[in-house]
Unconditional design. Structure first.
Length: 654
């Protein structure tokens, strides 16, 4: 069998892929492993300057990246390599692999940069002090998730004639993501105001950061020190990010791009474009390659996911081979579970956690020590708040919370106090001043008057002789004095602060300050951490505990021994795309459980995805809370019949 490489960059022909799929699926375990290794090695050592890899989830891209980097260094000892992805965990994992690689010298390792695109853009814009048109002062700030809306309200206040229901931040952010701005006078005016306000605040949003970085690279090509590039998860980049990547790689000595158009997740969130990778696949400047074997997920999970994504494929979708690395294994089939109510579903999860408590505790300890990086169990939900579980949502959150090593995020109270303290140290920081004015509940109309006044006179907020700004600075100084007092306990400090500003949760705030005290040495680091968390919040990705509750979309780039997907019904899963569900399935290594709970937010039946799941690799069960038992049902039809009978009983009881 030939390697899955097309040297001339032509797409793989469907007939050949079907033949190869059959031949590869007929191999035994040793044959699969041998083919996977030889195929990956051939790609890693290929002489093409530009190479595109199309591969499904868990097919070993990280190992390939490292082998490709080693190949580049064998060819060019002076190589400078830049690796980027949209997901920070993928970047961190690759950095760990690079650090532990025995073939690379320390000097070579220091010439490899692994970074998210946002972090790279930030450093480029910082070094260039913004762009020629829109200059920034050193150490500009990032406008995080919550503050986007506040800043956009500030923008709209300069345009009172415009309908805020029409001219929304979401619509403007989409224009930023697409690097394509509405040419109408109204939108152009808003764009100009937004950029002026960003300059006044010395702050940038994540979306405009990408545009600014691209412009900075155009202005100053010396900002790019790399000549070899790896771009992972290419399918999740949008047009603005693609333009930045193209400006960055320009004429590379080596370029490896990896992605999968069936894993596009961020079309709505940040205008991710499957067309970008599909166009690249048709581009003969790139050699094409494929990784066919999934080494992450068990036999039945891989087969189920592969079968699922094959159903109703888009005509323009890139056809690929996706097979398990084992010809068979002893891991369970996919478990599809019918529950009468949300409390029943939560009981199923509680029982699973109780049955695996020893292993979960071990994983928690290893995660704390840094010996492991993946969760034992991911509980994936279509909606962040899990409101469709009603009162049971608190229970499910507490299950996950029990197995997290610590509060990984600081509370809103903590960041609020940090803003007051930071402003006391640096009253010229207009963005922090704007945050404090918000915390001080200054009315939007009055806030706009203050903003307009200082911008017209080319001043800072702290230069104003207004009652609001004087009061804010005084309060900031008082809070700074309290925090720096040596003769008070943390509890006493918090009580004193609470007399100046509202504190929602004093106990949590005490934990936060015990973990990281607020002082001048720490401020810059904590503010940077706040911005990093804002970046993660953009795509809902975070560090791992042994048990995690997160959204389906937020699970991108993660994996766990076991995955439980909840909300698998006709109501709550209705907005989850096929791609997102495919990604959720393929997070699981050993077992995958898919739960339908009736009455959850009005759910009456399973999601239509049920019809697209393989009968051969799944088992269907009912679960009863009363005796904590699963009872096997006769396939999909038995599953649907059971749910219908529950609905009938529920109707009769009304």
């Amino acid at each position: 069998m030939r390697h899955l490489i097309n040297n001339d960059g032509t797409p793989f022909e469907s007939a050949e892929l079907q033949t190869l799929r059959g031949e590869l699926d007929a191999l035994d375990d040793d044959g699969r492993t041998e083919y996977r290794n030889q195929n990956a090695s051939a790609i890693a050592q290929h002489e093409a300057v530009k190479f595109l890899i199309v591969s499904g989830p868990g097919t070993g891209k990280s190992h390939l990246f490292l082998d490709r980097i080693n190949h580049w260094y064998q060819q060019d000892a002076q190589a400078k390599v830049f690796v980027t992805s949209f997901v920070r965990k993928l970047v961190a994992d690759l950095q760990n692999d690079i650090d532990g690689d025995t073939q690379l010298t320390d000097e070579q390792k220091s010439d490899i940069t692994a970074s998210t695109l946002h972090k790279f853009a930030r450093s480029i814009v910082e070094q260039n002090h913004g762009t020629a048109q829109w200059r920034f002062l050193p150490h500009f700030r990032i406008i995080g998730q919550f503050w986007k809306d506040v800043v956009w309200c500030d923008v709209l206040a300069f345009h009172p004639e415009l309908d805020s229901g029409v001219y929304t931040w979401k619509k403007f952010e989409e224009q930023l993501h697409n690097a394509d701005f509405d040419e109408s006078a109204d939108w152009q005016g808003l764009k100009e105001t937004y950029f002026k306000l960003c300059q006044f605040y010395n702050a940038a949003g994540f979306a405009d950061l990408i545009l600014r970085a691209k412009d900075a690279l155009v202005e100053n090509t010396a900002l790019n020190e790399s000549n070899y590039f790896i771009t992972d998860e290419y399918q999740d980049f949008n047009s603005a990010e693609d333009a930045l990547i193209n400006q960055l790689v320009n004429e590379p000595k080596g370029l490896l791009v990896a992605g999968d158009d069936e894993q596009v997740l961020y079309e709505k969130l940040k205008s991710g474009k499957p067309t970008l990778i599909r166009n690249l696949y048709q581009n003969n400047d790139y050699a094409n390659g494929m990784l066919p074997f999934c080494g992450r997920s068990s036999f039945h999970i891989t087969k189920s996911a592969g079968h699922f994504i094959q159903q109703n494929r888009e005509a323009e979708c890139i056809e690929k081979i996706y097979l398990p690395i084992k010809a068979a294994d002893d891991k369970p089939k996919v478990q599809i579970i019918a529950c009468a109510t949300a409390p029943t579903a939560v009981d199923y999860i509680e029982k699973f956690v109780a049955d695996n408590k020893t292993a979960i505790d071990e994983r928690k300890a290893k995660l704390t020590e840094g010996e492991e990086k993946d969760a034992f169990l991911l509980i994936l939900t279509p909606a962040k708040e899990v409101n469709f579980y009603g009162e049971s949502k608190e229970k499910i959150a507490s299950i996950a919370a029990e197995y997290q090593a610590e509060n990984r995020y600081f509370s809103e109270d903590y960041y609020k106090i940090l803003s007051y303290y930071s402003l006391a140290n640096n009253p010229q920081n207009n963005f922090t001043f704007r945050k404090v004015l918000h915390y001080e509940n200054i009315a939007e109309v009055r806030a706009h008057e203050l903003i307009e006044s200082v911008m017209q006179n080319n001043q800072n907020f702290c230069d104003l002789e207004s009652e609001e700004t004087r009061s804010a600075i005084q309060k900031c100084n008082e809070i700074k004095t309290i925090l720096e007092a040596d003769n008070q306990t943390i509890e006493q400090k918090i009580e004193s602060i609470a007399r100046h500003i509202a504190v929602a949760d004093q106990n949590r705030l005490k934990e936060d300050i015990e973990r990281k005290s607020i002082n001048q040495e720490e401020v810059a680091e904590i503010e940077h951490q706040e911005e990093e968390e804002a970046e993660l919040e953009e795509i809902e990705v975070r560090k791992m505990g042994a048990v995690e509750l997160m959204t389906i979309v937020g699970s991108k780039g993660l994996s766990a021994d076991h995955v439980i997907i909840i909300g698998f019904d006709n109501v709550n899963m209705s907005w989850i795309t096929k791609n997102a569900f495919y990604v959720a399935m393929t997070r699981a290594r050993k077992s995958l459980h898919i739960l339908t709970a009736l009455k959850s937010g009005g759910a009456r039946q399973a999601h239509d995805f049920l019809e697209q799941l393989s009968d051969e690799h799944a088992e269907h069960y009912s679960y009863k809370k009363s005796n904590h038992t699963k009872n096997q049902l006769q396939g999909k039809q038995g599953f649907k019949n059971y749910l219908n009978s529950l609905n009938s009983v529920s109707q009769r009881r009304r």
